[in-house]
Design a protein. Structure first.
Length: 152
């Protein structure tokens, strides 16, 4: 397995299963209702819905950076506001996350392995560092989602 395949595999595991650490993002989100996704059992902290959108934002930012865009996010882009809060809007959020994951994985798989040491646009680190960071980011927020679900 080369490094591109390894990174794509780790992204897949963090998102939809067979992750070494425990449940993936998708496994944790399975069965969460819109009402549960909006709940704030820990007070002022982010809710599951916000975390879900935030994960998608950073998958999109990574994909954009792979394409040469520095993808500098404003605070509003980093943590988008929930639009509506309906079950249909929650499903759209889940669908958008799935789409971002698929697009990022495809972008990773299309990279030549030699590009991993290239500098990330607008940053002082490599594309490999960026992509490993996205996997870590998914897992970090998966842990938060797991705790929020337990607190519900």
């Amino acid at each position: 397995m080369n490094q591109i395949e390894l990174i794509a595999d780790q992204l897949q595991r963090s998102y939809s299963g067979e992750a070494w650490h425990g449940p993936s993002v998708q496994e944790l989100l399975a069965g969460v209702t819109a009402e549960q996704a909006l709940a704030r059992p820990l007070g002022q902290g982010h809710c599951i819905w916000e975390l879900t959108m935030h994960i998608g934002v950073w998958m999109s930012a990574a994909r954009r950076r792979l394409a040469g865009d520095p993808a500098k996010l404003t605070p509003e882009e980093d943590w988008p506001l929930i639009d509506g809060g309906s079950p249909a809007a929650w499903q759209q959020t889940l669908d958008a996350l799935e789409q971002e994951h698929k697009q990022l994985k495809a972008a990773i798989c299309s990279l030549p392995e030699s590009s991993l040491e290239n500098q990330t646009p607008g940053k002082n680190y490599s594309l490999a560092f960026l992509l490993h960071g996205v996997v870590q980011h998914n897992l970090y927020h998966a842990g938060q989602i797991a705790l929020l679900k337990k607190a519900l």
